[in-house]
Design a binder for this molecule. Structure first.
Ligand SMILES: Cc1cc2nc3c(=O)[nH]c(=O)nc-3n(C[C@H](O)[C@H](O)[C@H](O)COP(=O)(O)O)c2cc1C
Length: 404
């Protein structure tokens, strides 16, 4: 077993399953691997196993009450949420899974699921009929789409005497999943690389108070910037106006119009090893921008629109060492249009997504799409949280960078 567990903060959530006793073994194994372990139990879990067992094994107090008075002045669920490098709910009841899928936070465990930014894994354990119920499967599918991971239960004889699916995964398997996530969150495969990311919409002025823009939220580009920073890259982020918190560690270049973005991007291009062009750049700008506010008077007015420079096309022409990744937001003929753009603009990759879909695209927290490479590989990426989605794109791009 690798040293990845050493000094890692692992938060274990235990809910009211008969398999709760197996978490004692999990706790003990993680402690032996060098991790710091803290435990949250639901009230029902404490009826099945004594908290004292976990307190002794983890050498930490066991937490089970959101309103428990503590000697410290921090709020328990926030302190635990921030402390955790990873949060593993093992075993997870159908009840906890259902509450998490609905955003319900009515005890310490479910409140911490909402409050943490740490990777959260669920290891379900329940009777086969419960596990296979559509509502439970729908809740699991929803949580997976939102970026939560599941450690599938095993098959065998269940505590209730039935045979089937629903047995808590082997502790060894749970440990392997934790290890995989700890490894990937510390993966530093972009060290030494400089990445240029564009994000958000552009705003094309009409007069001093009005502009033309689009629905891009910037979430995809910001997720890519964050993921690249996490993997060790130096990141220049050229961004149109968004409501998002800028990723810590990025060099941020705020711009308004497509022309501003063009200039900022060309200045940074030569230094870049990889470019992710995820901004939704306006194709046209208003020819004559009024110097003062256009007064309401005439029944109709005409705005003449003129083509903006095509930033991606220009980058394709000037490409030397850069790996160029474009984005094709399409509403029809996804594959055909994306492949045509890949070729015409001299790109290395193009991520095609259907922005007409309500579950992915512009404002959504999730995305799905197909990544096409110049070399002919096609990687469909299913619906998932934009941060996870960003990592999937980067995984493919990095393979190319490392093989060149
Ligand atoms: C002995 C016993 C064993 C249980 N085992 C499970 C189980 O394995 N999985 C499950 O989802 N619910 C199980 N339940 C039902 C849950 O405890 C019940 O749904 C409870 O409301 C869950 O609360 P919690 O999710 O807050 O811990 C069990 C109940 C009892 C009494």
């Amino acid at each position: 077993m690798s040293k990845v567990f050493k000094d890692k903060n692992i938060l274990i959530g235990i809910s009211g399953c008969i398999a709760a006793y197996k978490s004692a073994d999990l706790t003990s194994r993680l402690i032996k691997l060098g991790a710091n372990v803290k435990i949250i139990m639901t009230a029902n879990a404490t009826k099945l196993v004594q908290p004292l067992t976990f307190q002794s094994l983890s050498a930490n107090p066991v937490y089970f009450d959101t309103f428990q008075s503590t000697e410290r002045w921090d709020i328990e669920h926030i302190a635990l949420a921030k402390w955790a490098d990873i949060f593993v709910i093992a075993p997870a009841t159908a009840n906890v899974i259902g509450k998490a899928a609905s955003g319900i936070a009515d005890d310490l465990l479910t409140t911490t699921i909402l409050a943490t930014e740490a990777k959260t894994l669920f290891a379900p354990a329940m009777n086969t009929v419960m596990y296979q119920k559509k509502v439970v499967q729908d809740n699991i599918a929803k949580l997976k789409r939102l970026g939560y991971d599941f450690i599938p239960p095993g098959k065998g004889r269940l505590a209730c005497g039935d045979w089937g699916e629903g047995k808590l995964a082997d502790i060894e398997v749970i440990i392997q999943h934790i290890e995989k996530h700890l490894n990937s969150s510390t993966k530093r495969d972009m060290e030494g690389l400089r990445v240029l990311v564009t994000a958000g919409p552009t705003c094309e002025p009409i007069d001093p108070v009005r502009f033309i823009t689009n629905h891009s939220s910037g979430k995809m580009g910001y997720a890519i910037a964050e993921a690249c920073i996490q993997r060790g890259a130096a990141v220049d982020l050229v961004t149109g106006p968004t409501n998002l918190q800028t990723p810590a560690g990025a060099n941020v270049f705020p711009v308004e119009s497509a022309k501003d973005m063009y200039q900022a991007v060309l200045k940074l291009y030569e230094m870049a090893d990889i470019v992710f062009k995820s901004a939704a750049v306006a194709d046209y700008h208003v020819k004559e921008v009024a110097s003062s506010k256009i007064k309401k008077g005439q029944d109709s007015i005409k705005l003449e629109l003129v083509r903006n420079p095509d930033i991606l096309m220009e980058l394709g022409k000037r490409k030397t060492k850069q790996v160029l990744v474009g984005f094709a937001a399409e509403t029809e003929d996804l594959e055909k249009n994306a492949l045509e753009k890949l070729k015409r603009k001299n790109l290395d990759f193009i991520l095609a997504n259907d922005v007409s879909s309500s579950e992915s695209g512009f404002q959504s927290d999730e995305n799905k799409g197909i990544l096409f490479s110049k070399d002919g590989s096609i990687t469909p990426i299913p619906l998932m949280a934009k941060k996870e989605f960003a990592h999937r794109i980067i995984d493919e791009v990095i393979k190319k960078v490392k093989s060149d």
